[in-house]
Write a protein that binds this ligand. Structure first.
Ligand code: PAF
Length: 305
C-alpha cells in the first residue's frame, strides 16, 4: 500500500501543525471529522491507536504497527473517567501531553486527537456499552466498572475516528478480547489487531503505572513476569495447573505482591482451564505491589506447537 505525504487530500482545513512537522493536534470533533473525511476522499486507509497518554515504548509500538497497516495514523489521548472506580487512580494518573506529542511526532503519527471530558461526556450522557461474558472474570471481577467504561469510550472513539484498522496491546489481553467481541457483535467494519507486549530489559511489562513504583518495588516488579513465564513453562511440560498456580501464588505473596488473580485461561474464550486443551492457553496475573496494580500475561507454548 502506497504511503501518501502527510496532510494528503483536500477538504475543510483543520488547524495544521507547523511546516515540516507531520503531527496535527486536534481537540474538536468537527475538526477531526473534517481531516478524516479529507483523507478518505484521497483514498487513504486510516489506522487508530487509543491511549490515555503517559506514553511509553509499548504505546509507540502500537503506533508503529498502525503505521505499517495504514496510510494515516490517528492517536487519541483521553484519560477516560468511566473506566476508573472512585477509589482508583484517575486523579493521580500520570499526564504529559507535551512529552506525548513529541514521542508521537518522532514515530510519525499523523494526528493526535485530544478531546475534552465535556466533549466526550456532555451533561446528560447516559449510555454504557456492556460486553457480557469476556468482561466478567479476571480484571472484571475486582474492577466491575472497568470494561464497560473501556467499551463505551472505545466505541465512541471508533465512531468519531471511523478507522479501518485499530491496534491494541496484548498486555491488556482481556481488553483486546472484549474489543474484538464488541466489534464482531456490533458489526463494526474495523479490523482489530493485537500487538505483542513490550518489556523493559528485566522483563517488566511496560505500563504507564510503572511510574508509581518506588525503587525497591521496581527491583521486585520483574518477578511478576519471571513467575508467570516459569509457570507457563512448567505447565507446558506437563505440570498440573492447580499445583503450579498454588506455588506461583505462594512465591508472589512471599515477594510482597498482593495477588488479585493468577489463572490459566483459554486465549480465545478466556474460559478458566484446569488442564490444557487443543487451543492456545495463557497464564494471566494481576497483583498489587505497594499501591501499584500490575497486570501481565504469557502464552503457554507446548513442545508440539
Ligand atoms: O488501554 C488503554 O489505555 C485504555 O483502556 C483505552 C483503550 C485507551 C480506553 O480508554
Amino acid at each position: 500500500m502506497g504511503k501518501a505525504m502527510p496532510h494528503g487530500g483536500g477538504g475543510a482545513a483543520p488547524p495544521r501543525a507547523p511546516e515540516g512537522d507531520g503531527l496535527e493536534t486536534v481537540a474538536e470533533l468537527a475538526q477531526l471529522r473534517a481531516r478524516i473525511a479529507a483523507w478518505r476522499r484521497a483514498g487513504l486507509r486510516i489506522g487508530f491507536v487509543a491511549t490515555m497518554g503517559a506514553l511509553h515504548e509499548g504505546h509507540l509500538s502500537l503506533v508503529r504497527k498502525a503505521h505499517a497497516l495504514a496510510d494515516r495514523v490517528v492517536v487519541s489521548i483521553f484519560l477516560n473517567p468511566l473506566q476508573f472506580a472512585p477509589s482508583e487512580d484517575f486523579a493521580s494518573y500520570p499526564r504529559d501531553e507535551a512529552g506525548d506529542c513529541a514521542k508521537l511526532r518522532a514515530v510519525g503519527a499523523h494526528l493526535v486527537y485530544l478531546p475534552s471530558a465535556e466533549q466526550m461526556y456532555p451533561e446528560g450522557f447516559a449510555t454504557r456499552v456492556a460486553v457480557g461474558g469476556l468482561s466478567e472474570g479476571l480484571c472484571g471481577r475486582t474492577r466491575p466498572q472497568f470494561f464497560s467504561g473501556v467499551a463505551t469510550v472505545v466505541l465512541k472513539l471508533f465512531n468519531q475516528v471511523r478507522p479501518d484498522v485499530s491496534v491494541f496491546g496484548e498486555k491488556d489481553f482481556q481488553q483486546l478480547k472484549v474489543i474484538e467481541r464488541m466489534v464482531r457483535d456490533l458489526d463494526l467494519d474495523i479490523e482489530i489487531v493485537g500487538a505483542p507486549i513490550v518489556r523493559e530489559r528485566d522483563g517488566l511489562a511496560m505500563s504507564s503505572r510503572n511510574a508509581y513504583l518506588s525503587a525497591s518495588e521496581r527491583a521486585i516488579a520483574p518477578e511478576l513476569y519471571r513467575t508467570i513465564r516459569e509457570l507457563a513453562q512448567e505447565i507446558a511440560h506437563g505440570a498440573a495447573i492447580d499445583e503450579a498456580i498454588g506455588a506461583g501464588r505462594k512465591r508472589l505473596s512471599a515477594l510482597g505482591f498482593v495477588v488479585d488473580y493468577l489463572e490459566v485461561r483459554d486465549s480465545e474464550s478466556l474460559r478458566p482451564l484446569t488442564q490444557l486443551g487443543s487451543g492456545e492457553a495463557r497464564v494471566f496475573v494481576a497483583a498489587t505491589l505497594g499501591r501499584t496494580r500490575l497486570i501481565d500475561n504469557v502464552a503457554i507454548v507446548r513442545e508440539s506447537q
